[in-house]
Design a protein around this ligand. Structure first.
Ligand SMILES: CC(=O)N[C@H]1[C@@H](OP(=O)(O)OP(=O)(O)OC[C@H]2O[C@@H](n3ccc(=O)[nH]c3=O)[C@H](O)[C@@H]2O)O[C@H](CO)[C@@H](O)[C@@H]1O
Ligand SMILES: C=C(OP(=O)(O)O)C(=O)O
Length: 472
């Protein structure tokens, strides 16, 4: 249990560096399973809870992973298991992305059904439709899905996606790399993370063309090997700091942000009156005037990203005029609205739209992050609100933001985190506290589960941990 405590009203200024993209590194880690030989070296891997969960999935399949600062080394030559356990898939839907690589590499995959999550039902029918078209047999059991090859190799196929799903595009792309013949994905997702995955797959020896367009062509190859790859910067993390800068009337340079990837966010902020300058290796955001309301509609890339909707809504609450925010990607992504109301936000939800009355003087309150981006949006709103806000539900935020409290504090925010660790005995509590005090990573490992130790490591900026296969 932990909470983030913010005293609003500080103007942010300075430079913040964004980490590698969560939504790129997760499919890329899954894709590393495709290498029959050689080590993959992934650079700029963010030490996030989701990344740790996927490490655990890969380790449980028999891969060897070491993680040092921001570099992950994966040897997948030793994988032998085909089942991604429920304890991991339950925590993170993206675990389902190992299905394509396992099917291609070992011919079978059994994965617990990813549960519906807060922001929508999130079906996986398009992933399965793709695997079936390539000749896999799909069995739905009690709480799991199994896919098996019916011939020596999967077969290339023409697959039209009913929705331009990011995950389905990635899963099918990965399965198709080792298939016999050519696969065409029509109505493919075009997100920058799809292009990043294709670049990694190609470095591993795959033949993927057209990533970033609606038509991706994958010519199957016989074998793939490990490769070195630099993960792209996180556009959603960058966008979140852009909003944090704008909402506090700040002047912040967001290092490592790629303006091209942020085009829809930049356009909307500019329409509102935020000045944005593209720099050498990042983007500068200056908000020195009253901002005006704009309407926002989320769409698949290159439309406005759903992962920035709640942060944008935070900014719209304090801008002049009314706006309509329409969410078209997920059917239940307005849960932050009730929390915003606790900060005195004036918002009314009507179906898939939220009508925001701007110009509100926000007031600090105790609020709860209902999902990852909702948590980030609440932090943004709290930075502007008068007085103190306490944000719980921080485990959601830890899925997607590295050191968010430290990064914002370095920009001048009055923000801190309080960590309450449930331990069984007083001796353990004393040992944990001593370890935190002394930065003794080893001690943490002896008294806590790896995850908790990682949470401490992250907070203490000891970004070094190893996860060994459980059978080793
Ligand atoms: C780890 C990761 O990269 N997560 C991102 C990814 O999620 P994810 O890959 O899960 O999102 P999708 O693009 O698949 O989902 C988009 C829409 O398609 C629907 N759908 C999806 C698959 C399917 O088989 N059938 C179906 O109907 C979903 O319910 C949703 O309404 O893209 C989303 C949309 O940009 C982002 O918000 C998430 O941050
Ligand atoms: C919805 C998100 O992620 P995921 O698909 O991992 O739940 C997100 O990053 O905002």
């Amino acid at each position: 249990m932990s909470k983030i405590i913010v005293r609003g009203g500080q103007r942010l200024s300075g430079t913040v560096r964004v980490n590698g993209a969560k939504n790129s590194v997760l499919p890329i880690l899954a894709a590393s399973l495709l290498a029959q030989e050689g080590e993959s070296v992934l650079i700029d891997v963010p030490l996030l809870d989701d990344v740790i969960t996927l490490h655990q999935v890969l380790a449980s399949l028999g891969a060897t992973i070491t993680f040092d600062t921001d570099t992950a080394r994966i040897d997948a030559s030793t994988i032998h298991a085909v089942e991604a356990p429920y304890e991991f898939v339950r925590k993170m839907r993206a675990s389902f992305l190992v299905m394509g690589p396992l099917l291609a590499r070992l011919g079978r995959a059994r994965i617990s059904l990813p549960g519906g999550c807060a922001i929508g039902t999130r079906p996986i029918d398009q992933h399965l439709k793709g695997f079936e078209a390539m000749g896999a047999e799909i069995t739905l059991g009690h709480g799991f899905i199994e896919a098996s090859k019916t011939s020596e190799r999967l077969k290339g196929a023409k697959i039209y996606l009913d929705v331009a799903s990011v995950g389905a595009t990635q899963n099918i792309m990965m399965a198709a790399t080792l298939a016999e013949g050519t696969t065409m994905i029509e109505n493919a997702a075009k997100e920058p993370e799809i292009v990043d995955l294709a670049n990694y797959l190609n470095a591993m020896g795959a033949k993927v063309r057209g990533a970033g367009t609606g038509m991706i062509r994958i010519e199957g190859v016989e074998a793939m090997k490990g490769a070195v790859h630099n993960v792209i910067p996180d556009r959603v993390e960058a966008g979140t700091y852009m909003v944090a800068a704008a909402i506090t009337g700040g002047d912040v340079y967001i290092e490592n942000a790629i303006a091209d990837h942020l085009a829809p966010v930049i356009s909307k902020l500019q329409e509102m009156g935020v000045a944005i300058e593209e720099g050498e290796n990042g983007v500068r955001v200056v908000a020195d005037r009253r901002l005006k309301a704009v309407d926002v509609k989320t769409l698949p890339h290159p439309g406005f990203p759903t992962d920035m909707q709640s942060q944008m809504m935070a900014l719209l609450m304090v801008s002049e005029g009314s706006s309509v925010v329409t969410e078209t990607v997920f059917e239940n992504r307005f849960m932050h609205v009730e929390e915003f109301k606790k900060l005195r936000g004036q918002i009314k939800v009507e179906g898939r739209s939220a009508i925001v009355s701007g110009g509100t003087d926000l007031k600090g309150a105790n609020v709860c992050a209902t999902d990852l981006r909702a948590g980030a949006a609440l932090i943004c709103a709290a930075l502007r609100a008068d007085g103190i806000s306490e944000i719980t539900g921080t485990h959601h935020i830890d899925r997607g933001y590295v050191n968010i409290t430290q990064k914002l504090a370095a920009l001048g925010a009055d923000i801190r985190r309080e960590e309450l660790v449930p331990v069984e005995t007083e001796e353990m509590a004393a040992a944990v506290n001593a370890a935190i005090e002394l930065n003794l990573e080893e001690t943490l490992h002896t008294v806590q589960e790896a995850e908790t130790a990682a949470a401490f490591s992250r907070d203490k900026e000891l970004a070094r941990m190893k996860i060994q296969p459980t059978w080793a």
